[in-house]
Design a binder for this molecule. Structure first.
Ligand code: SME
Length: 174
């Protein structure tokens, strides 16, 4: 099966939010995530639940998921969306850059990046994205969290702040 621009029946195109609506949607999503994950320790369970709740509250989330670190490579973990690439080297793509630099990456226009090197187009519908590094209890990189939108310019500092805080609470400081 190869990536095509046709969306499966269960995938909808993104709808961007203004800053006020975005903050409110994140606040509501955080309440739901924290309530559902109270006392949870299993990482896969937490990743799957975070994906599901964020995708429910944020209408521009087209593909959302985790790539976990295995040696010098990222491997696809829990996600919601169309088929993701299974493996991503640290040297490639936005996910690789986030892992290498251990810093959040915001891309306003994925198609402006060099395909295959700076950006890996698992799904040609992805137009903008954010990738946030995920750290464990000892400050080690355990994963990156990747969100793609079918629209340009979907992600900004609001996404970054909420997501960095959320991932820190549930993976670094629990
Ligand atoms: N965003 C990626 C590839 C993963 S997919 O978007 C699911 C990148 O270029 O790193």
């Amino acid at each position: 099966m190869s990536a095509s621009a046709e969306m499966p029946y269960f995938i909808k195109p993104s709808i961007n939010l203004d800053k006020v609506a975005k903050r409110q949607a994140y606040q509501e999503a955080m309440v739901a995530i924290n309530a559902n994950l109270e006392g949870a320790t299993n990482s896969v369970l937490k990743m799957a639940t975070i994906n599901c709740i964020l995708k429910t509250f944020l209408p521009y989330y087209y593909w959302v998921g985790f790539y976990t670190v295995n040696k010098e490579r990222l491997e696809v973990g829990p996600y919601q969306g169309t088929l993701g690439c299974l493996y991503i080297d640290f040297s490639r793509g936005v996910c690789g850059k986030a892992a290498r630099e251990e810093a959040t990456q915001i891309v306003a226009d994925c198609h402006a990046l060099v395909p295959g090197a700076e950006h890996i187009a698992c799904d040609p519908n992805s137009q903008s994205e954010i990738v946030v590094p995920v750290f464990g209890k000892n400050g080690e990189l355990i994963a990156v969290f990747d969100v793609d939108s079918t629209l340009k310019n979907s992600f900004d500092e609001i996404d970054q702040l909420f997501l960095e805080d959320l991932l820190d609470q549930h993976f670094a400081s629990f």
